[in-house]
Design a binder for this molecule. Structure first.
Ligand code: 6PG
Length: 252
């Protein structure tokens, strides 16, 4: 059954609570399709950036499934990543590997349309290389305006690889940063907050009771200090949509 898509209006802020993870993934897939349809009007290429972790797998499987796969012209889609763990691309922790298995391969996205963060390289050099790739795609003026940015939420309120108290969270100039996360004792690569806030559409997809505290803290804590990273994502001229399942919304 092919989804019907209503025309998209001006930027919006919305919190949508869906009954379960599968319904939440379908709602997020619909947002991808809307973002693609939106972009058709003024530019020919669709440029999403996807986060990693485990939740996006639900979205990727939905996008590669019969209801949504034909709603996006994947031949005109150039896929970027929001963040990456500093590990080789075949490592079980690699965000690229998960995307390859659940999205890139099932949809046969051509390699030249995939912009991978090189987690296998030294972090600072990999961040610079990705910054160059982003500039190559979007130009050097201002911050890149991704058509769609998929974000997740950690129990500590982190998003992308912008963790509380880490240096990359403060980055206001660079588009891509390397970030050491003491709590995980690992290096990450991440798009920076100015890039997330330049998006045409930023969508948080959050499911599971273990996220309920963080969802409530981010969506309710208007004036928490220091602000949780996810609460700093407010696209200046774009839509912000929170898609959560009932379990993750249980403390709202
Ligand atoms: C990553 C992500 C990260 C993720 C949250 C939630 O590389 O891990 O980009 O920000 O979105 O940690 O992760 P889960 O989806 O696995 O709960």
């Amino acid at each position: 059954m092919k989804e019907e898509l209503p025309p998209e209006g001006p930027p919006r802020f919305e919190v949508r609570v869906l009954p379960d993870p599968a319904e939440a993934a379908g709602a997020a897939a619909r947002e991808v399709a809307l973002a693609f349809a939106d972009g058709l009007s003024d530019h020919r290429v669709f440029r999403p950036a996807f986060s990693g972790g485990s939740t996006p797998r639900l979205l990727f499987d939905a996008l590669a499934g019969p209801a949504f796969r034909s709603l996006v012209d994947w031949s005109r889609t150039r896929i970027f990543f929001v963040d990456e763990r500093c590990v080789p691309p075949d490592d079980a922790r690699s965000n690229y590997r998960m995307a390859k298995e659940h999205l890139l391969d099932p949809l046969r996205i051509p390699k030249e349309n995939v912009f991978r963060m090189r987690g296998e390289d030294a972090p600072a050099g990999a961040a610079r290389a990705y910054e160059d790739a982003v500039i190559g795609e979007f130009g050097a003026a201002g911050f890149p305006r991704f058509d769609f940015v998929l974000l997740g939420l950690g129990p500590d309120g982190h998003t992308a690889s912008l963790f509380p108290g880490t240096r990359a969270l403060e980055e206001a100039e660079r588009r891509v940063a390397e970030n050491y996360v003491p709590r995980l004792s690992e290096w990450r690569l991440t798009l920076t907050l100015p890039v997330l806030n330049a998006a045409r559409r930023a969508v948080f997809l959050v499911v599971g009771a273990e996220k309920a505290g963080a969802v409530s803290a981010v969506l309710r804590a208007e004036h928490a200090r220091p602000a949780l990273p996810a609460s700093l994502v407010r696209p200046r001229a774009g839509s912000l949509v929170w898609i959560v399942d009932e379990a993750a919304a249980s403390e709202l």
